[in-house]
Design a protein around this ligand. Structure first.
Ligand code: ADP
Ligand code: MG
Length: 885
């Protein structure tokens, strides 16, 4: 039967016959393609040229060495890129769309992939249509079909039986795969899936791949070009000096190549991708699913979170606790989870009159209600909107048998709940007439009513009194809903709408409790410590919002609570008025989703870097335009998730804060890698800039520079990208979005360490030559010194603020392993025939090794001194005697 849908067995069989409801995916690049891609870089071309030159000059060993280094580089790059791709693929698997279908007579959520022709699909605002449907039912249904037609205005849909038989009309009674439900509800039978759908037909044209590159990476590529230029100038200078000194051309060429390789941080792009991929994985563990890689970094720099109330700060487990009848009679509900054993009490339980009126109220709660409450083996379980579920549970506790009422009042039409309406209504046939029931925000309903029914006699509505009753409930942090009913004459065409909601009877109020999530107050305190402001943006009542905000620990004063009405007024006065309003406001209540965008834009104009949360279709623009759009994984609609940068799997505010922490860690790690690579590269260039003009021989051979940069450095940098949180990530204010990577601290430290390594290396080399070491041996020792410098610097780079001694030596085991591996590889190379000759390595004595290690340690001492000065400077600033900036 059409009402019951397919059986599970039928659906499974069709799935086998017809195939999954998905378009064939473009294949990921093969591993060979990824490997070949590693060689597409100017630096590699230079190295290939160098290999060719060596070969031409009769140095096949150098050529071979360069080839081997390039090969190793390619393999390591491929492995890293492959693992980053795998992480991204795993994440995209986590966000498979779902569909709601009716199978075996029951509503179920299944993967959109397994929808088959003949399935009955339910549509709801905010979802994507999973397959091409013929609509059986459509209430207030509107779809955005711009994907197919390019037409941006939403299309009003109708049910099949309302459709005439021509082509144009026919389209109105179908919903198409991939289009978005903007509004309303619908139900339809699947006629085509996957490649057979309209969308499947045009999909090939749409199959453009969008590769979003992190802005950080783009900025760094620009920076690399700058470095390349600087290196070019430095090398040109050295070559000029070398020519004057009569160095052979071939030697000069190889030296230039070696220096270029030293100065250009070629490992950086890979290390950044790895840092972001690791950040992504750690965030996923904290329930933060990153949809766009750059969001890892941007989340760490947000200065304000504009958050929802329901479900994000609160548990979204609503329970009706209080009922107020218009005459002020107060009833309370048991809040226990066992709906069967709960009841609704009046202070005076014998009041039969109150009982009948509560029944009327509960009927108006149960009829315009789209949730289902079902008794299962484990107890009661609800599906649908949590407000609706809570109302059904209350109706049950009050003795209303919901399915009986639904039978007695056959449904004629419905105005489904949408956040911008703030109410839901349903029209039912009852004894020749049409009865209408409404539930929704008190202000909205009070305006629709003109009388109340007090003890059997009709009396005019006293709006002030009712609003006061609402305030009293809201002040307890309860979400308040009102209920109304009315009778109207039947319309000949059976079309009912908003216009029929006048002169209704006001039935009373219900207060619902939604406890604040226990982890939220701590998370909010952490935000304040981390210099992040919190604003609440909600569709709920200002009094309720304030009560919940206070409980959650949001800091605000009474003047900082504004309503959607005030926002609208300010908007009409112009941008400046709105900016003045948002500058101080912290609680935005009774805001419509469209206003969220205006608020976010205004806060961004004020210089905030904003993360905003959202769940509905109407939240999509705000999610798109905010610096970081955060969609709710559970409550959120498909459209909201698609518009967001990150999705919070558990809807929990505290997860956003964990995400911010991981974002800051990822950015800090990138800085660590940059510091390590740039400082060691600059040191090598400095070494040459001192040695060549002063008439010393080349301090390191070109192959040795390649060894240093492409082999040993390549092992160390990636390990830095995996550093863990240092623990103080949420104790300092967010960095300014426009702050350059090379800030004052970074530049100063690069300066100091370049001085120690470059000048220190030069002095050591000079001293050895003066004391009669042969050139070959002096170079060998200098190379070992630089490997040691790099290893020491890797440890120095682990923290910008903390002493390396306080970090816990083994907290990043990969780093220890990589440093030991680099060191071991270098020592081993001294003994490996072929390799030792290629890199010109000679075994060193333990004594020499220890002396050089001691020289290398001076670098740590200098870095520790600088960190110490910065720390005490910061402390002084905190105690208030720092100079005013
Ligand atoms: P929040 O920002 O807390 O999520 P919403 O935008 O969901 O607020 O709700 C705004 C208002 O709409 C609520 O205060 C309530 O009055 C009304 N409302 C919410 N859910 C429903 C519903 N299912 N039926 C009728 N009215 C509702
Ligand atoms: Mg809501």
């Amino acid at each position: 039967m059409a009402q019951l849908g397919l059986t599970t067995a039928q659906a499974a069989q069709r799935l086998v016959e017809i195939g999954p409801n998905a378009l064939p995916r473009p294949k990921p690049p093969s591993i060979v393609a990824v490997f070949l891609r590693q060689f597409l870089s100017p630096l590699i071309y230079i190295l290939l040229a160098a290999a060719a030159v060596s070969l031409a000059l009769g140095e096949p060993r150098d050529a071979l060495f360069i080839a081997v280094v390039l090969l190793i580089n390619g393999v390591v790059g491929t492995a890293q890129e492959h693992s980053a791709d795998k992480a991204a693929a795993a994440l995209s698997k986590m966000e498979q769309p779902d569909a709601t279908v009716i199978r075996d007579g029951a509503q179920q959520r299944i993967e959109a992939r397994s929808v088959v022709p003949g399935d009955i699909v339910l549509l709801e605002a905010g979802g994507r249509v999973p397959a091409d449907l013929e609509l059986v039912e459509a209430s207030d249904l509107q779809c955005d079909e711009s994907l197919l037609t390019g037409e941006s205005l939403p299309v009003r849909k109708r049910a099949m039986h309302e459709c005439a038989d021509d082509e144009a009309h026919n389209r109105l009674c179908r919903a198409y795969a991939g289009t978005v439900v903007n509004r309303g509800r619908g139900r339809g039978v699947v006629v085509a899936t996957g490649a057979a759908s309209e969308f499947g037909r045009i999909a090939r044209e749409l199959n453009r791949k969008s590769v979003s590159r992190p802005p950080l990476l783009i900025r760094l590529e620009r920076f690399s070009r700058l470095i390349a230029l600087a290196v070019g100038v430095a090398v040109a200078l050295l070559v000029a000096v070398g020519l004057l000194r009569g160095m052979p051309l071939s030697e000069l060429f190889m030296m230039s190549v070696g220096l270029a390789v030293s100065a250009i941080p070629e490992g950086l792009p890979v290390a950044i991708s790895v840092a972001l991929a690791i950040g992504m994985r750690r965030m996923a563990k904290a329930n933060v699913i990153v949809r766009k890689m750059p969001a890892v970094e941007s989340l760490g720099s947000c200065t304000m979170i504009a958050t929802d109330k329901t479900g994000t700060l609160t548990m979204n487990e609503l329970v009706v606790t209080d009922i107020r009848l218009p005459d002020g009679t107060a009833l309370s509900c048991d809040v226990g989870p066992d709906v069967d054993r709960c009841a609704i009490h009046t202070a005076d339980t014998t009041d039969e009159e109150a009982r009948t009126r509560v029944s009327a109220l509960l009927r108006a709660a149960a009829l315009p209600n789209e949730a289902q409450l079902a008794r299962e083996a484990k107890g009661w379980s609800g599906t649908g909107d949590t407000v609706d579920i809570a109302l059904l549970a209350a109706a049950h506790k009050g003795g209303t048998v919901v399915h009986e009422v639904r039978q007695r009042y056959p449904l004629v039409a419905r105005i489904p709940y949408e956040p911008d309406l703030r109410y839901a209504a349903s029209f039912h046939r009852h004894e020749d007439r049409i009865r209408v029931f409404v539930k929704g925000a008190p202000e909205t309903l009070i305006a629709m009513c003109d009388h109340v029914d007090v003890r059997g006699s009709v009396s005019p509505i006293q709006r002030e009194v009712l609003l006061q009753q609402k305030e009293a409930l809201a002040a307890q942090g309860l979400r308040v809903l009102a209920f109304a009913e009315g009778t109207i004459g039947a319309e000949p065409d059976e079309v009912y709408g908003h216009g029929h909601l006048v002169n209704l009877t006001f039935l009373g109020l219900a207060g619902m409790q939604d406890p604040v999530r226990p982890e939220v107050p701590d998370a909010i305190r952490e935000c304040y410590n981390a210099g992040i402001e919190i604003a609440m943006v909600t569709g709920d009542d200002p009094v309720t919002a304030s009560a919940i905000a206070t409980e959650a620990g949001i800091r605000f004063s009474a003047e900082q609570v504004v309503t959607g009405g005030q926002v609208r007024q300010a908007e009409q006065l112009g941008e400046k008025a709105l900016d003045d309003l948002t500058r101080h406001a912290r609680i935005y209540a009774r805001v419509s989703p469209e206003q969220k965008l205006a608020i976010v834009m205004s806060l961004a104009r004020a210089g905030h870097f904003i993360a905003v949360t959202g769940d509905g279709v109407n939240d999509a623009p705000a999610l798109k335009h905010a610096h970081v759009g955060v969609a709710m994984g559970r409550k959120g609609t498909e459209v909201a998730k698609e518009s967001a940068d990150i999705v919070i799997a558990d809807d929990n505010f505290a997860s956003i804060v964990s995400g911010i922490r991981e974002g800051r860690v990822a950015y800090a790690n990138i800085r660590k890698v940059i510091f390590m690579l740039v400082s060691t590269g600059a040191a090598e260039v400095t070494l040459f800039m001192l040695a060549i003009p002063l008439g010393l021989p080349m301090p390191l051979l070109p192959v040795q520079l390649l060894w240093l940069n492409l082999v040993t450095n390549g092992i160390q940098d990636v390990a830095l990208a995996a550093e863990h949180a240092e623990g103080d990530e949420l104790s300092y204010p967010p960095r300014k979005p426009q702050e350059p990577i090379f800030d004052r601290v970074m530049i100063r430290r690069i300066g100091y360490s370049t001085l120690v390594m470059g000048a220190g290396g030069f002095v050591t080399f000079y001293w050895m030559l003066k004391h009669g070491y042969p050139e070959e041996e002096a170079r060998n020792l200098l190379l070992l010194l630089f490997v040691l410098f790099e290893n020491v610097q890797t440890f120095n780079s682990r923290s910008e603020r903390q002493s390396v001694l306080r970090l816990g030596f083994f907290s990043n085991p990969m780093l220890v392993v990589s440093v030991l591996a680099a060191q071991a590889l270098h020592m081993a190379a001294m003994y490996i025939p072929g390799l030792s000759e290629a890199v010109h390595l000679i075994p060193v004595s333990l004594n020499a090794w220890i002396s050089l290690a001691l020289v290398a340690m001076t670098l740590t001492m200098v870095m520790e001194l600088d960190k110490g000065c910065t720390r005490s400077g910061r402390q002084r600033a905190r105690h208030g005697d720092a100079p005013v900036m």
